[in-house]
Design a protein around this ligand. Structure first.
Ligand SMILES: [Fe+2]
Length: 452
């Protein structure tokens, strides 16, 4: 592992590849919605941004990301953008993507995204692929209503510079809850709301059921995750699952909106990826394995008890719980239910959790994964406040209360994974946008997994 910052240049004038293109300046062009994501390649960060209303065909030559370690010399490195567009939901704009390369572990990079002579503010992130420790944020089921507490607090977290990564467990913007063929505005509004943090740390996502509309067009066009390159051997499904290493953890994401039954493409991916990550040499390098998807394998919401939390969850456990246990996965994060709950280390529950449950309260070298439902980001549909009684759910350790929104802050080093879920607001009413700051910052769950 590399010590923080040892390889950064710290100079103000490193000359790299510079592209100087006379910009075509269009009146009232606004570069917006910048966010970044890891790619499949070490030393890279993909920037994505949007210009609304501009025709796609004029973007290539003057759109780029300018970046460098020196905030006064952003032209030290640059990468030309590739642009595309789509029309589902009435989207009218251009989406630009460009990859920053040659990034060194532990180094802070400043960057601007540009198009048609306009540019974004200067953003920055620190690349921490091999750090001994990282801190990440996680939320799920976050739309453009009832979410202002969550994006306000996560934007503040980003400004602190203390967070390195964001794990989004799906259902992004809830665009499909708005008028069909006129709802792309929800994606635009959402990515504007979250730009302060999604531009400051890799924003790693997974599709939820709310991204299904238009065959996942909103997700696929705006969120390029580190899927394998499109070749004759890749499939349309390959953009929905991926894994990456960051800091002391191996992160694995799969789509619960596509099949992952044994033998399926996603099951094969999970099987081989988890097997490789759990080999002793790999585990020595990255002690933690964190898996996430949208739909829960363990949950205890009473509203959906008879459907999601028993029938569906049992099928999902039958698909992959053996893989998670065999690889000694530490944490499985999901959303889908608009609430928060955390299990004890658990495996083997059958049916409505009435038999087969192996439950441990030992968080040191925990024998089974901890399962978290982290779907309280806030959205137009509201927060689900009903819970099954404790005696019916032997795996449950903690759940939230009432109509609060919230999210998680997580610190991971080589021997501990420290998870805190805190409220970001209260008083969510479905359909309205009236949640307040009441109880924001109140810690609802704190636990620490340790190993070694
Ligand atoms: Fe969902």
């Amino acid at each position: 592992m590399v010590v923080a910052g040892r390889s950064c240049s710290g100079t103000r004038t490193t000359l790299a590849f510079t592209v100087v293109v006379a910009p075509i300046i269009f009146a009232s062009v606004v570069v917006e919605q910048t966010h970044i994501a890891l790619t499949r390649n070490r030393g890279e960060m993909l920037a994505t941004w949007v210009v609304l209303g501009a025709p796609a065909s004029i973007g290539d030559l003057d759109a780029q990301v300018l970046y460098g370690e020196d905030d006064l010399n952003l032209t030290s490195s640059s990468a030309l953008a590739v642009d595309h567009s789509y029309t589902d939901g009435g989207f009218n704009g251009t989406i630009f993507e460009a990859t920053m390369t040659g990034l060194k572990d532990g180094c802070k990079y400043f960057y601007q995204t540009t198009a048609h002579g306009a540019s974004s503010p200067t953003f920055h992130f620190t690349y921490k692929v091999d750090h001994e420790s990282i801190r990440f944020l996680s939320y799920g089921d976050m739309g453009i209503k009832n979410s202002h507490g969550t994006y306000r607090m996560t934007n503040e977290d980003a400004r602190s510079g203390d967070y390195d990564l964001l794990i989004n467990v799906g259902d992004t913007s809830y665009a499909d809850d708005y008028k069909k063929d006129h709802n792309a505005f929800a994606f635009d509004a959402h990515f504007r709301n979250i730009e302060p943090h999604a531009s400051a740390m890799p924003f790693m996502a997974v599709p939820g059921n709310h991204e299904k509309q238009y065959n996942f067009a909103g997700y696929l066009n705006r969120l390029r995750m580190p899927a394998p390159p499109r070749t004759a051997n890749t499939t349309a499904l390959s953009r929905f699952y991926y894994s990456f290493d960051y800091g002391p953890a191996h992160f694995v994401s799969y789509s619960s909106e596509h099949t992952f039954v044994p033998g399926s493409e996603q099951w094969q991916f999970l099987s081989s990826d988890l097997m490789a990550a759990s080999l002793p040499a790999a585990r020595l390098r990255r002690p933690w394995i964190i898996v996430w998807s949208h739909r829960p394998l363990y949950c205890s919401d009473s509203l959906t008890w008879a459907t999601r939390c028993t029938k569906e969850a049992e099928l999902y456990r039958a698909n992959i719980e053996d893989l998670l246990v065999a690889a000694k996965v530490d944490l499985h994060i999901s959303g889908h239910n608009h609430q928060y709950e955390r299990s004890f280390p658990v495996a083997g529950c059958k049916g409505a959790y009435t038999s087969g449950c192996n439950v441990s309260q030992n968080l040191h070298n925990a024998p089974w994964p901890v399962f978290i439902v982290n779907g309280a980001g806030g959205n137009i549909e509201g927060i689900e406040p009903t819970w099954m009684p404790d005696k019916r759910v032997p795996f449950r350790a903690v759940h939230d209360q009432g109509l609060h929104t919230g999210y998680a802050r997580v610190s991971v080093n080589r021997t501990s994974l420290d998870w805190t879920f805190l409220y970001s607001g209260a008083g969510v009413v479905p359909g309205l946008n009236v949640s307040s700051d009441k109880d924001a910052g109140k810690v609802i769950d704190h636990f620490m997994l340790t190993k070694g």
